[in-house]
Every structure is written in C-alpha cells, then in structure tokens.
Write a protein that binds this ligand. Structure first.
Ligand code: ZN
Length: 186
C-alpha cells in the first residue's frame, strides 16, 4: 500500500472518461493494490472520497468514507465503500444545493445542485454486485465521485461562477449562511 500523488485540475487524466475494469480482473493483484492505494491516499488527504483518475489511473473505481473528519464535522458518517464500474441513477427530480470542494482543485469551493436521492449499482472489491439507495448529503458524494469517472469536475456544474470561493473566504464569509448544505466532497 502507498499514498499516491493526487493530480490537480489541468491534468488530462481528469478530463478523460475512465475505462471499465474487466470483471475477471477485479481480484487481480493490480486492482487490489489500486483499491488499497485509493483508500490510503483518501485517508492521508482527509478526503471523503477519491476516484482512480485522481491518482492518474483511468479506471472506473472510486472509494468513499466519512469517519470523524475534522474538515467536515457536519458530514454524516459513511462506512468505507469500494465501487467498481459503478452506475449512479437519480430516483427523483428533487435536487439540493451544496457547496463542494475537490482534492484535485486545491483551495476552491463552489455552489451547485445534486440529486437528493440516487440508486447505486456497483461491484465491490470481491466482484460482488450491490444495489443501494442513498439520500441526502451522502448521495452528493457519490455523484461527485461518479463525475470523476466521466471526466467531469465540480466546477463544470457550478451554475454561477461568482459563488466560487477559497476555503478561507468560505469559512470567513459563507459558512454561516443559511439554506445551503455545507458539503465538501473529496
Ligand atoms: Zn473531486
């Protein structure tokens, strides 16, 4: 296991659609090492999620986990999940406004909308299929990570670029503003 370098916006791998992992290769040493490195790198960076393209691996794999995270004290706990070849499907038209950040876009946050309720379909690290329904802030985390597999970054979804803010300014001027879910993602 190793903590890998997280690449930042402008790196071409973040803009390419990632490739599916062949199902027969999920339990290979290579993919298992990738999963271990994603988990270790996410934890080292204090992130709530991390997608393989963020460590320059163009494959459809991401991990999410929220434990007691001092960066996101308002985020609900989320047990570790490893998602291989995931699909994320909105279950309703309902959306909510969030303020997101990204480990690949250092020091920037912005406002956007995410679906309030989604269905996840994915394979875990043993190749077993799972289907789950997720609501609320946690559902936004999965949508953020799924976007990374399609070459999409949160800044693409910010409707008003004037909402972009540094973390420092967010804490100073916006954190107390009501009506917005304070959700930073990976
Ligand atoms: Zn991100």
């Amino acid at each position: 296991m190793a903590v890998r370098e997280i690449v930042s916006i402008g790196h071409p791998v973040l803009r390419e659609p990632a490739g599916a992992v062949p199902e027969g290769e999920i339990t290979s040493d290579e993919i298992q090492a990738l999963v271990d490195d994603l988990v270790e790198t996410m934890r080292a960076a204090g992130g709530a999620g991390l997608a393989a393209p963020q460590i320059a691996v163009p494959l459809r794999v991401f991990v999410v986990e929220v434990r007691d995270n001092p960066r996101y004290p308002y985020k609900p706990h989320l047990p570790l999940r490893v998602l291989v070849n995931p699909k994320v499907r909105p279950l309703s038209e309902e959306t909510f406004e969030v303020v997101e950040g990204c480990l690949s876009i250092p020091a920037l946050r912005g406002r956007l909308r995410r679906h309030a309720e989604v269905e996840l379909s994915y394979l875990d690290r043993t190749g077993e299929r799972h289907v789950e329904q997720i609501r609320g802030l946690s559902s936004g985390t999965f949508q953020h990570e799924q976007d990374h597999l399609d070459g999409v970054l949160f800044v693409d979804r910010v409707e008003d670029p004037r909402t972009l803010t540094s973390w420092e300014s967010f804490a100073a001027f916006q954190a107390e503003r009501d009506g917005v879910a304070l959700a930073a993602f990976d």
